[in-house]
Design a protein around this ligand. Structure first.
Ligand SMILES: *[C@@H]1O[C@H](CO)[C@@H](O)[C@H](O)[C@H]1NC(C)=O
Ligand SMILES: *[C@@H]1O[C@H](CO)[C@@H](O)[C@H](O)[C@H]1NC(C)=O
Ligand SMILES: *[C@@H]1O[C@H](CO)[C@@H](O)[C@H](O)[C@H]1NC(C)=O
Ligand SMILES: *[C@@H]1O[C@H](CO)[C@@H](O)[C@H](O)[C@H]1NC(C)=O
Ligand SMILES: *[C@@H]1O[C@H](CO)[C@@H](O)[C@H](O)[C@H]1NC(C)=O
Length: 558
């Protein structure tokens, strides 16, 4: 691992939008063609090319290396958003053009701000001339060595929306598309897709990084083409309909009606988000999963070092136990490795501000699937890395066109192969738990931990006004003496916080623009969801009507 131990805070699955300084004379600043003369990478080289994924922390996040404007960057690979942004401070990046258009991605913790610019982009052997990106001038809380995010979804986020509003629809379509849709548009005759295989930390802490293929399948995984085609049901994200879920072999029936209006009874709108370390499911589902584990206890309150927002509840689990869960898509079950269900934290301790130890160096275990109240009208739950590690996933763009360009062809869809054998996985989990408990500090049983936490939090209320009440920031161990900085996941010696990326707000805004939906509906939806880590939705003043043609409405109204 090239990354040194450090803290970074949870970037919430929040939203970006445009705090724009729209300058009339910026209209002509974009270039529509590249004069660089560089060759386009073929989307179908003769043998598969692995772009390669690197993992950081203990399965905390996955990055790729790109070259933008002649400089190398390590960026987080995020299927939950679309924009490319980099922090190029101190580097001599050569843009093909720069604009005065300023965008501001607001995360729950921290923010990214900068101007839209254009530069030639290279991803492995693939070349995209004049890719729009945000030249971030203000960034907070990225993992060490990571200098940006590459979004792998659809053209509904900040850059596209900003160009749409400032320069109009034609410019947005020509200049403002995301890296993947831009790349795939170079060769419309070839099916556009990328395949993801996220690696997993081994028992002894070494990492298997993972794979990213564009327009090709990993050798040995071509069978993914025979997997069920699971259609995308919302134009903002890789949102799929989940058929159902099992907990320890029993169907779970508590999902209820989807928050998304068009979703049929019995189905659940689910976003696949490779930029989110954990997952977010409705509260009752989380309770059903973790209450199935004998000895697990629900703790209502802050657990220092553990990001349990937005509900601020944590399931504390015996460290030798887990659950078998699986999610069904396209009529097929996709089991989750029991290691992805719970998380081992070694080196956990609790100290008062004065340095008095309440709890010394222990091992504790908590939930890796998080509870969240409904936070968006567009989806019910979000499956992040803890799900995606269990599948080989092919993200197919079909006959995708950007907003405003009518298409009657195949909508985007996902195909997935399970890479988990439940029996082997359970054996591996037992071996992992045994190893961690044998080599790490002693494990604490859940009721005792609750006692210590109660004492700690009572103490904290009176003596420590700096405690983390910032939504989304409870994972920040920089609380005065709250917990040891050595807290780590199963002996890896590193301490990374979860990341959760997915720029939703602008998506919603452009959705409105595309669909011509009235503002009133949205404002209501936005207000109702001003919860916890999610910041209130601020709406653009002139969004509706910018792009409301009836055909797009029909096209995207799924
Ligand atoms: C930026 O775009 C403008 C207008 O298209 C063009 O005149 C200018 O040469 C471009 N700058 C660069 C560095 O390509
Ligand atoms: C970028 O990385 C490549 C491959 O490691 C290397 O050959 C090249 O010199 C690097 N470029 C810069 C500007 O650091
Ligand atoms: C976990 O350990 C506890 C305490 O040693 C024991 O009572 C329990 O049966 C174990 N559970 C499993 C699933 O092995
Ligand atoms: C999980 O599944 C494995 C393999 O089928 C089985 O051996 C194990 O007992 C199951 N665990 C629970 C908690 O049901
Ligand atoms: C915690 O305990 C483990 C093993 O018992 C030990 O290796 C480690 O150094 C301890 N950490 C601290 C901060 O005391």
């Amino acid at each position: 691992m090239a990354f040194s131990p450090s803290l970074f805070s949870a970037l919430s699955l929040a939203f970006s939008f445009f705090s724009s300084s729209i300058l009339a004379n910026a209209q002509n600043a974009g270039t529509s063609t590249s004069s660089s003369g560089a060759k386009y990478g073929s989307l179908s080289p003769s043998s598969p090319v692995d772009v390669g994924l690197n993992v950081f922390g203990a399965d905390e996040g996955y990055t790729i290396d790109i070259t933008l404007g002649g400089q190398n960057f390590t960026v987080i690979l995020d299927t939950g958003s679309t924009d490319l942004w980099v922090d190029a401070s101190g580097l001599n990046l050569h843009p093909t053009n720069v604009t005065d258009l300023n965008v501001d991605f607001s995360y729950a913790v921290g923010e990214v701000e900068g101007n839209i610019a254009f530069a030639d982009l290279q991803i492995g052997p693939y070349f995209v001339p004049n890719q729009a990106y945000v030249n971030a001038s203000k960034v907070s809380d990225m993992p060490p060595g990571v200098r940006g995010i590459i979004g792998m979804a659809f053209d509904t986020t900040s850059i596209f929306v900003e160009l749409l509003q400032s320069w109009g629809k034609d410019s947005a379509i020509k200049l403002g598309r995301g890296p993947m849709t831009n790349l795939l548009a170079q060769d419309p005759s070839t099916p556009g897709f990328f395949d993801l295989r996220l690696g997993r930390q081994s028992i002894n802490g070494s990492e298997e990084d993972g794979h990213l293929f564009i327009g090709q399948h990993l050798t040995g995984r071509a069978a993914v083409t025979n997997a069920p085609k699971i259609p995308r049901v919302d134009f903002n994200h890789w949102t799929l309909l989940m058929d159902g879920m099992k907990i320890n072999g029993q169907p779970y029936t508590g999902f209820g009606k989807s928050v998304k209006e068009s979703v049929p009874e019995g189905k659940t709108a689910t976003v696949l988000d490779s930029g989110f370390t954990y997952s977010q499911l409705p509260v009752p589902v989380i309770d059903a999963i973790y209450s199935s584990i004998p000895g697990a206890v629900l703790y209502n309150g802050t657990v220092p070092g553990i990001d349990n927002q937005p509900t601020n509840t944590t399931w504390i689990v015996p460290c030798n136990a887990s659950a078998n869960i699986s999610f069904a898509f396209g009529g097929q079950d996709y089991p989750v490795h029991p290691r992805d269900v719970i998380r081992h934290w070694t080196g956990f301790e609790l100290q008062k501000a004065e340095g008095v130890s309440i709890l010394a160096n222990t091992t504790i275990c908590t939930n890796r699937f998080f509870a969240a109240p409904p936070i968006s009208p567009d989806y019910d739950m979000l499956l992040g890395m803890v799900f995606l590690r269990n599948v080989y996933a092919s993200f197919q763009y079909g006959d995708y066109t950007p907003p405003g360009v009518n298409s009657t062809g195949q909508l985007p869809y996902v195909q997935m192969l399970s890479v988990i054998d439940p029996n082997t996985a359970w054996t591996e989990f037992e071996a992992f738990a045994t190893h961690t408990l044998a080599t790490g500090p002693p494990a604490l049983d859940p009721p005792s931990l609750v006692k210590f936490l109660t004492a700690y939090n009572a103490n904290q209320t009176h003596s420590d006004s700096t405690s983390t009440s910032t939504p989304g920031a409870t994972g920040n161990l920089a609380v005065s003496g709250a917990a040891s900085d050595n807290t780590s996941d199963s002996g890896s010696g590193t301490n990374y916080k979860a990341i959760a990326i997915g720029l939703l707000g602008a998506n919603l805004a452009v959705a409105l623009a595309v669909l011509g939906v009235t503002l009133v509906m949205c404002v209501r939806g936005g207000k109702a969801r001003r919860e916890a880590r999610y910041q209130p939705l601020r709406l653009p003043k002139s969004a509706p009507g910018v792009l409301d043609d009836a055909e797009s409405g029909a096209r995207y109204g799924d």
